[in-house]
Ligand binder design. Structure first.
Ligand code: PMM
Length: 269
């Protein structure tokens, strides 16, 4: 059965109404709720990697995520840390995280691969072509899925050279990262090329802009596409990704994707 990573963002915009301790309590409660909804892994992040987002610095990032990771890990939940920073990755593993989720695939921080190798954690490497601020300038492809697969293959080789065994790797085509609109659909359509690389595959479409753009294009009015509709679109793409053979999907609303995966599973028999 396809796994579901539940997203726990510990950023001021995600939990905005209190001091640091209240934020920790709320983030932990949210994570436990996602776990009860069926998440196989909780992915804890303290720095937004969305297009245009500012970097916050490793110290602030760790103040946000480490207490949350400690408590979720102590509750027995498998935790991953969503970070570009080697020091945050190492601290998170010491706090109980089992997986380092690096959307840059090791390109953002030159110390990342060594830190992961030493930590013993699993390593999720994303397809990435530069930081949030300038990623769209790099969204030039001739055959998107093939090029993404080729660049992920390079990341796999670099990880192996750093002493990270292939069995510890997870690859992610990085939906929305240096990919505009339709290019994301090209990647999803070509997921078999990513699956063929060998490592476990993770895919994150959750609430991303290309989904809203697609719904908007077909909409009768130009209303904002609501969160509920983005979650429905996410559940559909997650079920289709599962059929394409991915190992896990990364989502904000675990319950709707859990239901979609159960229905897709029943269809397959
Ligand atoms: N997307 C975001 C953040 N982290 N991690 C992985 N492995 N894959 C993704 O697609 C991914 C990620 C950005 O989305 P968010 O701000 O909604 O979490």
């Amino acid at each position: 059965m396809t796994g579901i990573w539940g997203i726990v963002n510990v950023t001021p915009d995600s939990f905005s109404d209190g001091g640091r301790y209240l934020d920790v309590d709320r983030a932990v409660a949210h994570g436990l709720r996602l776990r009860a909804d069926g998440a196989s892994v909780l992915d804890v992040g303290g720095e937004s990697t969305r297009p245009g987002a500012e970097r916050v610095g490793a110290q602030v990032e760790q103040q946000r995520v480490i207490p949350v990771i400690e408590r979720l890990a102590a509750a027995g939940v498998p935790v991953s840390v969503d970070t570009l920073s080697a020091t945050t990755a190492a601290a998170a593993v010491r706090a109980g995280a089992r997986i380092v989720n690096d959307v840059s695939g090791g390109l953002a921080d030159p110390d990342m691969r060594a830190a992961v190798a030493e930590s013993g954690a699993d390593y999720a490497v994303g397809h990435w072509r530069g930081s949030s601020a300038d990623m769209y300038a790099n969204a030039e492809y001739r055959r998107v899925a093939r090029e993404v697969a080729g660049e992920l293959q390079e990341r796999i080789g670099e990880a192996a050279a750093s002493g990270i065994a292939p069995s510890r790797l997870i690859v992610d085509p990085g939906i929305g990262f240096a990919k505009a609109g339709a290019q994301n659909w090209d990647v999803l359509r070509g997921l078999d090329e990513i699956v063929a690389l060998g490592p476990r595959v993770l895919v994150g479409t959750s609430r991303k802009r290309f989904l809203a753009e697609t719904l908007q294009r077909d909409a009768a009015t130009d209303d904002e596409i609501s969160e509920i509709r983005r979650d429905l679109a996410t559940a559909v793409t997650s079920a289709l990704a599962a059929r394409a053979g991915v190992w896990a999907v990364r989502v904000h609303d675990v319950a709707s994707t859990r239901d979609a995966l159960a229905i897709a599973h029943a269809w397959r028999g």
